[in-house]
Design a protein around this ligand. Structure first.
Ligand SMILES: Nc1ncnc2c1ncn2[C@@H]1O[C@H](COP(=O)(O)OP(=O)(O)OP(=O)(O)O)[C@@H](O)[C@H]1O
Ligand SMILES: [Mg+2]
Length: 241
């Protein structure tokens, strides 16, 4: 589905991503783990066309996205659930869900209509006329996911969805991601929450200063104490406990 091929991304002269490559298939969850400032959001921005790579390429279904503006990439089926959720606090849940697709020139057809999203997230249906700002953190995250689905993407990029949520709500976010996978979506999850990534991901990459220092299954990562220790801040004793 998605192929990131040796991308180098810069902010001005600042070289942030150093030749990252990864693969993501339909019906799979790939997690990118890394501490603050390692380039996770930059990778998501690179794929979404918000900060295009200066070198390397992103391919969707084998076709290069080079030179495509972000709205064309959205149109091609890549949706973003941004860090911090970015919902419109002074718009209702309904308006939040309907606004982005109303801006696509040729909305993609599929199961994710307003009714489809409300069926998937009954909690949002109950809050349909409430303002975004009145929702709890967990409901706002649900709304951010629902809004992304409204574009009927086949690939969803999620930037730290667990940030600021209670442990119970983090479990709920994990559940949502599993359901997206069951619907056949390809999910790229960027996280600092190791437990969440370990519990949902089919495959994990660890990002450090714009380079991957590990790739493998959650099981393989759990058996790499030096990676957990050095790059994810998990002490060796805790990792083996
Ligand atoms: N707009 C920008 N202009 C210049 N430098 C930036 C910009 N955004 C991020 N950076 C720098 O790029 C590097 C990677 O940042 P990025 O936001 O991708 O990290 P991150 O892994 O998402 O961190 P966090 O976990 O805090 O969200 C950091 O050194 C950051 O300071
Ligand atoms: Mg970030």
């Amino acid at each position: 589905m998605l192929n990131v091929d040796r991308v180098h991304t810069y902010y001005g002269d600042s070289h942030v991503l150093h030749g990252l490559s990864l693969k993501l298939d339909a019906g799979r969850i790939v997690a990118i783990l890394g501490r603050n400032g390692m380039g996770k959001t930059t990778l998501i921005r690179t794929v979404a066309g918000l900060t295009p790579p200066r070198d390397g390429d992103v391919l969707l279904r084998g076709r290069s996205l080079r030179g495509q503006p972000s709205f064309a990439i959205a149109q091609a089926g890549i949706a973003l659930v941004p860090q911090g959720r970015r919902i419109f606090r002074s718009l209702t849940v309904r308006e939040n869900l309907l606004l982005p697709t109303s801006m696509l020139s040729r909305p993609r057809a599929g199961r994710w209509t307003l009714d489809g999203v409300l069926e998937e997230f009954p909690q949002l249906a109950e809050r349909i006329d409430n303002l975004g700002g009145a929702l709890s953190g967990g409901e706002q995250q649900m709304l951010a996911v629902g809004r992304a689905l409204m574009a009927n993407p086949d690939t969803v990029l999620m930037d730290e969805p667990s940030e600021g949520l209670s442990p119970r709500l983090v479990l709920q976010v994990g559940e949502i991601m599993r359901r997206l996978r069951e619907h056949g979506l390809a999910v790229m999850l960027v996280e600092q929450n190791l437990a969440l990534a370990m519990s949902v991901a089919d495959y994990i990459y660890v990002l450090s200063s714009g380079q991957f220092v590990f790739e493998g299954t959650p099981n393989q990562l759990s058996q790499s104490p030096e990676i957990l220790d050095e790059h994810l801040g998990v002490s060796r004793r805790k990792a083996s406990a």
